[in-house]
Design a protein around this ligand. Structure first.
Ligand SMILES: NC(=O)c1ccc[n+]([C@@H]2O[C@H](COP(=O)([O-])OP(=O)(O)OC[C@H]3O[C@@H](n4cnc5c(N)ncnc54)[C@H](OP(=O)(O)O)[C@@H]3O)[C@@H](O)[C@H]2O)c1
Length: 227
């Protein structure tokens, strides 16, 4: 019998984070899920294997408070899902500097700072996952658009690679995942796939990655993406 795995899913109030929590629970994991404010979706899950916590990843005080509350726990997976796409449809020069800066902070800086804070809670041979996007690929940018969002996810990819190199001796694995283009509030109604398809694929990818080190940039089907 394999031991029950334990995940910390950050940014799970709705959309992909909520779908991931549901899928991990169905597969027998224990899950600690974070929200910024009361999430009806998380409240509806009603599972003894689920703990719901509150934290905003942009708030260092809230993140260290969460770290203190979770003292004594260890996680096989820490997955930072939270992200924003504020004014993503506007070209860079039409986006106020403060908005562009905030997208960068939430999508690139805060996820890596969160992971750094929680590294002492990762089990040996565990995985740290970050929700990237194919839009973060510089090489695959043939269509333009989503400028500040693309740049923030490219920055996330770069910061995560450096994070993994800095900790390489520790022996954990790192994933940058592209969920597909998914029908959530961010993805919109015209997106390619539903949440269930995306999260089932991502959980398959995650469960297949334990024991592997280094950073992989993969989509929800397990395909490697160009940087
Ligand atoms: N949907 C897609 O097609 C797609 C494609 C590629 C990548 N992604 C990425 O996938 C992730 C999830 O996207 P989604 O489609 O599920 O979007 P979503 O429905 O808009 O959900 C975004 C989630 O992030 C949380 N969040 C935002 N800022 C936060 C912060 N500062 N601290 C903590 N939580 C925060 C939100 O919490 P609140 O409820 O409190 O706002 C919500 O739970 C994002 O990183 C996104 O960039 C999505």
């Amino acid at each position: 019998m394999t031991a029950q795995k334990n995940a910390l899913v950050v940014g799970a109030s709705r959309g992909l984070g909520l779908g991931l929590v549901e899928t991990f629970l169905k597969r027998g994991w224990r899950v600690t899920a974070t929200q910024r404010s009361a999430s009806p979706g998380l409240a509806a899950l009603r599972s003894d294997a689920l703990t719901v916590e509150t934290a905003d990843i942009d708030d260092d005080h809230a993140v260290t408070g969460l770290h203190d509350r979770l003292a004594g726990q260890s996680f096989d997976l820490i997955f930072v899902v939270a992200g924003v796409a504020t004014q993503a449809h506007e070209p860079l020069h039409l986006v106020p500097r403060e908005v562009a800066a905030q997208v960068y902070l939430t999508n690139a800086v805060s996820p890596v700072r969160f992971a750094e804070t929680f590294l002492d809670r990762l089990t040996p041979n565990g995985l740290v996952a970050f929700m990237s996007s194919i839009l973060g690929s510089v090489a695959l940018n043939e269509s333009g658009g989503w400028e500040t969002y693309r740049a923030s996810k490219a920055a996330l990819n770069t910061l995560v690679r450096s994070f993994e190199i800095r900790h390489r001796e520790a022996g954990f694995g790192v994933l940058l995942l592209h969920p597909g283009w998914v029908r959530t509030e961010m993805g919109g109604a015209d997106a390619d796939i539903d949440v269930a398809t995306s999260v089932t694929g991502m959980v398959d990818v995650i469960e297949g990655r334990f024991g592997r080190t280094g950073t992989a940039y993969l989509d929800y089907t397990g395909k490697t993406l160009d940087w």
